[in-house]
Design a protein around this ligand. Sequence first.
Ligand code: CA
Length: 762
Amino acid sequence: MGSHSLVAKAYDSLGASANSTPVGITVSSGPTVVASPLQLGVQSGKSGTYEVKLSKQPASNVTVTSARASGNSGLSVTGGASLTFTPQNWNTAQKVTVTAAASGTGSAVFESTAPGHAKSSVTVTQLAATKAYDARFLELYGKITNPANGYFSPEGIPYHSVETLIVEAPDHGHETTSEAYSYLLWLQAMYGKVTGDWAKFNGAWELMEKYMIPTHADQPTNSFYNASKPATYAPELDTPGEYPAKLDTGVSVGPDPIAAELKSAYGTDDVYGMHWLQDVDNVYGYGNSPGKCEAGPSDTGPSYINTFQRGAQESVWETVPQPTCDAFKYGGKNGYLDLFTGDASYAKQWKFTNAPDADARAVQAAYWADIWAKEQGKGSAVSATVGKAAKMGDYLRYSMFDKYFKKIGNCVGPSTCPAGTGKDASMYLMSWYYAWGGATDTSAGWSWRIGSSHAHGGYQNPLAAYALSNYAPLKPKSATGAADWAKSLDRQLEFYRWLQSDEGAIAGGATNSWAGRYATPPAGKSTFYGMYYDEKPVYHDPPSNQWFGFQAWSVERVAELYQQTGNAKAKAVLDKWVDWALSKTTFNPDGTYRIPSTLQWSGQPDTWNASSPGANSGLHVTVADYTNDVGVAASFAKTLTYYADRSGDTEAAAAAKKLLDGMWANHQDDLGIAVPENRADYNRFDDPVSIPSGWTGTMPNGDAINSSSTFDSIRSFYEDDPAWSKIESYLAGGAVPSFTYHRFWAQADIALAMGSYAELLE
Ligand code: CA
């Protein structure tokens, strides 16, 4: 049977959309009036423009008429109400000007029509006269959600990136992540705040529930789960070549103390959490769309997949993609199971892995949706969705537990470290994952659940912990859910303080299972509640503590908590972190900026003493290189915005504005805001993928899997990618390729940063 699911995500991932929002690329058979953007914000007393053109060359002149069709009558067309397109200039956009009255709020739909053409509709929102950054939010929102720009699948699912050739945590751009869904929720919450329209936020949750939370048919055997023995132990190993990891029934495993109360609260055995990775276009061809198991390449729905599962040295370049439901149709004689887990025999099975930071971000988005909708007197519009977020938060507690529910603290030796007896197996931190699985045969009678023993600083979310413990609409229904999150809030804030370097940056994290197998840690390791300091938790290729984005993402949540509550512990961490981050940020005379990219670490924190925290004078960080990355800069700007709002720090406020203005003025393109990046790591497209000698199998597209496999050889679809020639020439000794990516999470975070700045500092 087994338990074992190891998720590691490389640098970053991303996401955003809704039922009622974008739907793939519109392919119209007849001639159409094409408008862009489809969303526009106009400040009171000012004007804005959208553009129109024709989709096809006309035989004779065509007149496009634009006017308000419904909604706020304070908005009207004041220019370009009638525009003529000739057989010569039909493809050259002309402007329609919309002017807002001196006061008022609300949205209106404008239609641009022409005889013999399908019309185009643009939603225009009147904004307060001061809110220029809300206008930016809507402009970028309009680009992101314009179906023609390629951010979304036909189902409305946000891709990881518009571009298909991209390898980082996801190994293809038209995969998506739970992270992307969570960013979509956050983006739509802000859209509700700016426009008063909450249907898109609710639609985004429904989309996520439909496609990214496994349905009952996808997790059919949870009723056989034995909470007194959640899973069978298997060690994590250092390198992919050491796998499969042998299951060991002799190692004691603690009981799961929350399964019964979750079942009691929600009346189901099924888990309410997102799986982390999805092959939206079914590029691999597994056909694991909701409710299906290996329906194959002809299946058209988004397909659940997994990649990482072989220890800390397994970079994305060394992974073997696998279906979440393994019916032995692809892979080898046991499907893919025996690449990862060593057992006497194998059963067909399903398994999912949750990325806790994403579910916490979904809760965070629901918190803001509730706050903002209530400010508008529209709380009832989102209350049902907010209730679902509370439920998701209840299950998210699985991430707090040691992988095998062993006791937290000084847990050394798989046989000698005792099993927990209940909540003593909870670290009250957000770990790297939780996972669950079981037999596909509904009469086979087994299923399993695991937590993760590794906690990364970058995954913590004290705002979500606050919301789930102190904010009534988000308090979970289970008996101990809210109390667990209250304890987690305190523990997370202590964790940030424990990991804060002498300089101010937040270091990697801690583990309850050294090397993932309860090994003996090096002598002198400092500890946090008996858990060992882990400089680079979970993954080492590349090291998980290097990316400045984890700083910005994680500390931003601390800043939101501080802005909402004034929490003094949060402020102390922020005061020091902001000083450090600003000292490493440069603004150039032309408005461009430079922020940290790669961090390097030395030393370790002082062993935690809650009553008298150490100074961490032996824990140090340096900045190895810098970047103008727009997504991370936006997260950073948002951190500064929330911090400045509560603290009154004028330097932080000014820096937030300069980052946002710098990217707006210098880095816009047709699809959003983006900068080129060199990808020297793409020389790993031909990296060998470790497959045990003698093991042979086949990918759904026929690619062979054997001991000669490489990253590319089991992904031959990449050779048909429009960008493949850049990889080919690089592998042949050419220059490092450059890509300008439009990652969903990054575009959403930029839009959110604009909206947050408008809300708090404008
Ligand atoms: Ca490696």
